[in-house]
Design a protein around this ligand. Structure first.
Ligand code: GLA
Length: 340
């Protein structure tokens, strides 16, 4: 159950990047690099005991730097979108980077996914820490943030986030792993259950309008398990706008999702203390080379980004992403694996 560190290469500016490997006695393992506190691999034994890498990634650091798309990365300061890249806090307007059309996405041009974190073993877990200075990507307040990665003996990946600030600011942290429980092909045949009755309506730019829609009678209804591909091509305005699923679901309790791959028998249960989860069917994953030469294409994986509702500062009925000076933020999300 030890944590081992190794070199993962150099960024184009010469800075060295390290990675850590966590293993457990059940035959599961994961690797995380300090650049972006990014999950590089997560290997889970299938029904025959053969390890399957259930997350997408690249072979080299250069590809992470060039292609991005947040594969496996820790996202911050504010995950998902902020409309018109602007928000007001305590009477002051903050203007952020417009890195997704007119909107701000995943913390800006150089979000937490592009920063080198400090890594250290904490028992059998891996602790990633960084200080985001006041004014970084135009957000106010010096923010201290840490993410603890734990792989338990019973194949549960636990992500624990903590943050503190010295001035009022916004925080919405998540992990952007792209899951494919077959380790190959697309996820259209994966079965999914989502514990949610409502989801956020998107505008044309995948930005929540502030309205919550009921899933009843729509392709967004996953209350009863169904294949991800079952309705993804339906003639539905919300699906067409995003090119598939790319929507924030309102969670009804700690259990957010169960994903199952009939081919490998691997089942993944997502649990969180956060109120929302972006379910994204990798619609924008343009064709590119991934780990071991695998060619990745749209729908190759699904993301379950647990979070506060996106665009919350501009949709006043949504839970607030404001972290007050002196207040402490603590949230937990887990991805538990078992064989069905
Ligand atoms: C999130 C967004 C998507 C897309 C991906 C990254 O999941 O909701 O629209 O931007 O990140 O490609």
């Amino acid at each position: 159950m030890a944590v081992e560190f190794f070199d993962f290469g150099k960024l184009s500016d010469g800075r060295r990047v390290s990675a850590a490997r966590l293993t457990n006695r059940a035959g599961a393992s994961m690797t995380v690099m300090d650049y972006g506190a990014t999950i590089l691999s997560l290997c889970i034994p299938d029904r025959d005991g053969k390890p399957v890498d259930v997350v997408l990634g690249y072979d080299t650091l250069a590809e992470y730097e060039q292609h991005g798309d947040y594969l496996g990365a820790t996202i911050g300061r504010v995950g998902n979108r902020i409309g018109k890249a602007e928000f007001s806090l305590n009477g002051k307007t903050y203007t952020l980077a417009k890195n997704d059309g007119e909107n701000h996405l995943h913390g800006g041009n150089e979000g937490f996914d592009k920063k080198i974190w400090r890594m250290a073993a904490q028992g059998d877990s891996l602790l990633c820490r960084r200080e985001s200075p006041d004014g970084e990507e135009n957000y106010p307040g010096n923010l201290k943030v840490q993410v603890l990665f734990t792989l338990t003996a019973d194949n549960r990946l636990c992500l624990t986030y903590d943050a503190d600030t010295d001035a009022d600011t916004l925080v919405n942290l998540t992990n952007h792993s792209y899951f494919n429980l077959a380790g190959k092909g697309n996820v259209l045949g994966h079965k999914l259950q989502l514990f949610s009755e409502r989801f956020a309506e998107n505008d044309g730019g995948c930005l929540p309008t502030g309205k919550l829609l009921r899933v009843d009678g729509t392709p967004f209804d996953f209350r009863v398990e169904k294949e991800i591909g079952a309705d993804i091509g339906a003639d539905d305005e919300q699906l067409k706008r995003a090119g598939g699923y790319d929507h924030n679901y309102v969670l009804s309790g700690a259990k957010a999702a169960v994903l199952y791959c009939p081919e490998t028998g691997i089942e993944m249960t997502v649990e969180t203390d956060l109120p929302g989860m972006q379910f994204y069917s990798a619609n924008f994953l343009t064709e590119r080379k991934g780990k071991g030469g695998r060619v990745m294409t749209p729908r190759e994986a699904a993301c379950f980004e647990t979070q506060l509702y996106p665009n919350a500062m501009n949709c006043y009925a949504f839970p607030s992403p404001v972290l007050r000076a002196g207040a402490h933020l603590h949230t937990e999300t887990s991805y538990a694996f078992r064989i069905r």
